[in-house]
Design a protein around this ligand. Structure first.
Ligand code: TYD
Length: 686
C-alpha cells in the first residue's frame, strides 16, 4: 500500500458506479448489509435493554447508578483488553464463519439473560448480566473487523466509499430506531403483563428476545453469503501459519512503517477526540461559558450528531473526484479550526454552528479514512488494521470523555492577562482544536498523493466542477472469457455492426497488439517457457502498458470505439484466480500499467471450461495446457468480477447460437452511445 498512484482522478467511467445506491445494487453487499443493519439494531436494542435491566435489579438510586456504570465498563473493557487480537483473528479465520459464529453466540447470550434471570436471585442475575455483557462485547469485537475487512472484497473499488457511507448510517442511524422500538416494546410488554404472569416479572425481557432474534436472522443471512475468505499470501505450502501474536506484531509493524496507515489512524483518532471533547464538555461549556442550561446542552449535543450525519451522508458527493488522500488531512484541520472558533466565541448560536461544522468535518474524515484503509491495506492485513483501529478509537473516546472534564476543572476559571477571564472548558477546547489542526497537517503531509499540485488548485477546480483530466471522447469495450468462448467471432460481428453505424472502430487484443507486445506474447504462450506466476503477471502487465500507451489511449482520444479482445479482467481471472495470486495485487499492477484506464463496458462470454477447451485448437499454448481445475478457477474468477459490478459488465452465456450472443452484445453496446438507435438485424457471414 505504499504506491502513490491509485487515486485515479477523473478516470473515465461512462456510467458512474459511485455512491451508496450503486453499492446496494450489488447482491452480495446487499446481503451483508442486511445482516449489518440487523446486528446494529440488535446491538443498540441490547444496549438499552441491558442498562434498563441493570437498574431494575437493584433498588437504591446509588446502586442503580453503579449498576448502569458497571454494564458500560464491562462493555468497554474487552476492546481495551483484546481489540487488536480480535482483528488478528479476522485475518486467519474464514470471515464468513467468524461472523456467523459470532452472531449465533450473541443470539445465545442475549437469550440467556432473561432465561438465567428467571431462575436465580436478583443479585446473581446482575452478576450474570455483567458477565454476559462482557462476553457479548467480546464477541462483537471479533465480528466487527471480520465485517470491515470483508466489505472491500464484496464491492468494486469505486463503490467502497458508498458502501462505507451505508455502513456508518446503519451503525449509528439504527440507534434512534432501536430507542423507539424499545419504548414500544416496553409498552407492549406492560400490556402483555396484565394478561400473562411471565411478562409481569420482566418487562425488558421482550426486548431481549427480539434482540436475540435479530442476531439469529443476521447469522442466517451471512451463512448464505458467498464471501471470499482472506488470502494468506506468500506462505510456501506446508509452512505452518504463524501464531496469533506473531501475526499481530506483523500487523503493528506494518502500520508503524506505512505513512498512509499512520496518517489515517492518527487523523481518525484526532477527529474522534474533537467530537468526543464536545460531548464530554458540552454540559459544562453550555453552563459556564454560554450561561445556558440543559436546553443549550441539548442543542450542542444535537448539533454534533447532525453534523456527523451530514458529513457522512453528503461529504463524498461534495468532494466529487478530489483525491481522498488529499482531503483527509484538511478535513481534520477543518474540525480543529471549528473547535478553536467554538472555544473563542461565547455565543450559543455560533457555538452550535461551529459544533455542526466539527461534526461534519469529523464525519467526512471518518468515511474517507475507513474507505482509504479498506482500499489501500491488503486483504491479508485488513482484519488486524481494523481491529487495532476499533480498539484505539474506543480507548480514545474513553480517555477524552474521562480526562477532559478533570483538566477543565483543574484549570477552573481565573483572571488572565489584560483583564481576560480564562475558563478551563474553553482552554481545553482551544488546545484540542490546535491539536486537531496539527494532526490534520501531519496527516496531510504523510498522505498527499499530488505533492506537485497546490491543494488550492484542486479545490478551485472542484468548485468550478471541471474534471481532473480531460476525459477522452471515445468508447472502450473489452471482451473477456475463457478458452473457446468464441470471442474472435463475436468481435468480428461487433466490428461490422459498429462500422455500419458510422463509428471509427479499432479492434485490438491482448497480449501482442504492438510490436513489443508481440515479443512478449511469444514468450508468454510458448509451451517451453517456464514462468513464475508473478513474472507471468508482470509480463501481461507490461504488454498491457504498451498496448494502452500505443494503441488504446490514442484511439480513445481521437473519439474512436476501441474493442479489445481481453484486458485487465483476464489478468485478474487467469493470474489472480487461476494462479492464485492476490487479486487485489494483480489489480493494482494493472491499474498502474494502464494509469487507471478502465473499459466503459466489459462483455464476459461465459462458458463451461470443459466445452470451451473442447473447442480450442489442436496444439494447446502454455495457458491452454493448464489443468481443468485451473480453467474452472478462471471461470469462477470472471463470474465473481462481473457479479461485483453488474453495472459495468454484461455476462452472456456463450453456449448459445452465435446470433443470440451477438444480439445481446449489440443491445448493451448500443446503450453506451447517447443517441438511441434501434438495434438492427444480425447478419452472420456464412
Ligand atoms: P490467445 O491466443 O490470445 O487466446 P484467446 O484466443 O483465448 O484470447 O492467448 C491469450 C492467452 O493468455 C489466453 O490463454 C489467456 C491468457 N491471458 C492471461 O493469462 N492473462 C492476461 O492478462 C491476458 C490478457 C491473457
Amino acid at each position: 500500500m505504499t504506491d502513490r498512484a491509485p487515486t485515479e482522478p477523473g478516470a473515465p467511467v461512462l456510467r458512474p458506479g459511485r455512491g451508496p445506491r450503486a453499492a446496494l445494487r450489488n447482491t452480495r453487499f446487499r446481503k451483508l448489509y442486511t445482516a449489518l443493519v440487523l446486528s446494529s439494531f440488535g446491538d443498540w436494542l441490547g444496549f438499552l435493554a441491558t442498562t434498563a435491566l441493570a437498574t431494575q435489579l437493584v433498588d437504591t438510586f446509588q446502586s442503580k447508578a453503579y449498576a448502569t456504570g458497571g454494564v458500560l465498563v464491562f462493555r468497554l473493557l474487552p476492546a481495551v483488553l483484546f481489540g487488536p487480537l480480535a482483528g488478528a483473528f479476522a485475518d486467519r479465520w474464514d470471515r464468513r464463519r467468524t461472523m456467523v459464529t459470532c452472531d449465533v453466540m450473541r443470539f445465545a447470550l442475549f437469550l440467556s439473560i432473561p432465561l438465567v434471570g428467571s431462575v436465580v436471585t436478583r443479585g446473581n442475575a446482575l452478576v450474570y448480566l455483567l458477565i454476559a455483557s462482557f462476553l457479548i462485547e467480546t464477541v462483537s469485537l471479533f465480528w466487527i473487523p471480520a465485517k470491515e475487512a470483508s466489505v472491500p472484497n464484496l464491492v468494486p473499488r469505486e463503490q467502497l466509499e458508498g458502501a462505507n457511507q451505508l455502513t456508518l448510517i446503519a451503525t449509528y442511524g439504527s440507534a434512534p430506531v432501536a430507542a423507539a422500538v424499545f419504548a414500544l416494546l416496553s409498552l407492549v410488554s406492560r400490556a402483555l403483563g396484565s394478561g400473562f404472569d411471565y411478562f409481569r416479572t420482566g418487562p425488558v425481557d421482550l426486548a431481549l428476545y427480539v434482540n436475540a432474534a435479530t442476531f439469529l436472522f443476521a447469522a442466517l443471512t451471512v451463512y448464505w453469503l458467498d464471501l471470499p475468505s482472506p488470502k494468506v499470501a506468500d506462505r510456501p505450502p506446508g509452512q505452518p501459519a504463524p501464531s496469533v501474536f506473531v501475526s499481530l506484531r506483523e500487523g503493528l509493524v506494518f502500520m508503524g512503517r506505512t505513512p498512509l496507515a499512520r496518517g489515517l489512524i492518527v487523523g481518525m483518532l484526532g477527529a474522534l477526540a474533537a467530537g468526543g471533547a464536545i460531548i464530554a464538555l458540552g454540559r459544562l461549556f453550555a453552563e459556564s461559558v454560554l450561561g445556558g442550561g440543559d436546553a443549550a446542552y441539548g442543542l450542542l449535543f444535537g448539533s454534533i450528531f447532525t453534523g456527523i450525519a451530514a458529513g457522512v451522508a453528503l461529504g463524498p458527493r461534495a468532494l466529487g473526484d478530489l483525491s481522498r488522500r488529499r482531503v483527509f488531512g484538511p478535513s481534520i484541520v477543518g474540525a480543529g479550526a471549528s473547535l478553536i472558533f467554538m472555544s473563542l466565541v461565547p455565543n450559543l448560536l455560533l457555538a452550535a454552528v461551529a459544533t455542526v461544522l466539527v461534526g461534519a468535518f469529523a464525519g467526512v474524515a471518518y468515511v474517507v479514512g475507513i474507505t482509504l484503509l479498506g482500499l489501500e491495506v491488503d486483504d491479508e492485513l485488513r482484519g488486524r488494521t481494523f481491529g487495532l483501529v476499533q480498539s484505539l478509537m474506543r480507548i480514545d473516546l474513553l480517555l477524552v470523555t474521562a480526562v477532559t472534564p478533570f483538566v477543565a476543572g483543574a484549570i477552573g476559571t481565573r483572571e488572565g492577562p489584560v483583564g481576560l477571564s480564562i475558563n478551563g472548558v474553553s482552554v481545553v477546547l482551544f488546545v484540542g482544536g490546535v491539536l486537531g489542526v496539527v494532526v490534520g497537517i501531519v496527516s496531510f503531509r504523510e498522505m498527499d498523493d499530488r505533492p506537485g499540485v497546490a491543494l488550492r488548485t484542486d479545490l478551485a477546480r472542484r468548485l468550478r466542477r471541471t474534471p481532473a483530466r480531460p476525459t477522452y471522447t471515445g468508447t472502450f469495450v473489452a471482451l473477456e472469457g475463457g478458452e473457446g468462448a468464441g470471442k474472435s467471432t463475436q468481435l468480428r460481428l461487433l466490428e461490422a455492426w459498429l462500422l455500419e453505424r458510422g463509428h471509427e472502430v479499432v479492434v485490438t487484443r491482448e497480449p501482442g497488439a504492438t510490436a513489443t507486445g508481440a515479443s512478449i506474447r511469444a514468450l508468454l504462450l510458448d509451451p517451453t517457457t517456464t514462468l513464475a506466476p508473478r513474472a507471468e503477471a508482470m509480463l501481461y502487465a507490461a504488454d498491457r502498458a504498451q498496448h494502452v500507451a500505443e494503441v488504446v489511449r490514442p484511439a480513445l482520444e481521437r473519439g474512436a470505439v476501441v474493442v479489445t479482445d481481453r484486458y485487465v479482467d483476464s489478468s485478474l481471472a487467469y493470474q489472480g484466480a487461476g494462479r492464485e495470486l492476490a487479486v487485489e495485487e494483480v489489480a493494482r499492477l494493472s491499474r498502474w500499467a494502464t494509469d487507471g484506464l478502465r473499459p466503459d463496458l466489459v462483455v464476459l462470454l461465459d462458458i463451461d471450461p470443459v466445452v470451451g477447451l473442447g473447442r480450442a485448437g489442436q496444439e494447446p499454448d502454455r495457458i491452454e495446457a493448464e489443468s481443468l481445475a485451473f480453467h474452472c478457477r478462471v471461470r469462477d474468477g470472471f463470474v465473481a468480477l462481473a457479479e461485483s459490478d453488474p453495472d459495468r459488465y454484461l455476462v452472456v452465456p456463450a453456449d448459445q447460437e452465435v446470433e443470440l450472443v451477438q444480439e445481446a452484445i449489440r443491445r448493451r453496446v448500443a446503450e453506451l452511445f447517447p443517441a438511441p438507435v434501434p438495434s438492427q438485424g444480425v447478419s452472420v457471414p456464412s
